[in-house]
Design a binder for this molecule. Structure first.
Ligand code: CA
Length: 97
């Protein structure tokens, strides 16, 4: 599926990027590390990630196909457990544990 492929690409990019080195230790990731990663997406500090946040980060990484708003929406839907249309910190944490 497109969004799954997108996440795989994202993971590879993150692993190869020193700035995002913390992602490489996902199983040992501490809450603070995950918070820093979350803040990369949650630029406006609203406490959640929406499809525009995803799109901005993917665009910044040069992942134009992944950054299609439709793909970003699908990614949000895949991880949005409480169905409020956005990824809050605890939903984000679950991606790494
Ligand atoms: Ca949610």
């Amino acid at each position: 599926m497109i969004y799954t492929t997108g996440l795989t690409i994202l993971q590879e990019r993150l692993d190869s990027n020193d700035i995002f080195d913390l992602f490489g230790k996902e199983l040992e990731a501490k809450e603070q590390d995950i918070k820093e990663a979350f803040d990369v997406f949650d630029e406006n500090k609203y406490g959640f990630i929406d499809e525009r946040d995803l799109q901005r980060v993917f665009c910044a990484m040069g992942l134009k196909e992944v950054a299609e708003l439709d793909n970003c929406n699908k990614m949000i839907m895949a991880f949005d457990e409480n169905r409020d249309g956005r990824i809050d910190f605890w939903e984000f944490v679950k991606l790494f544990i």
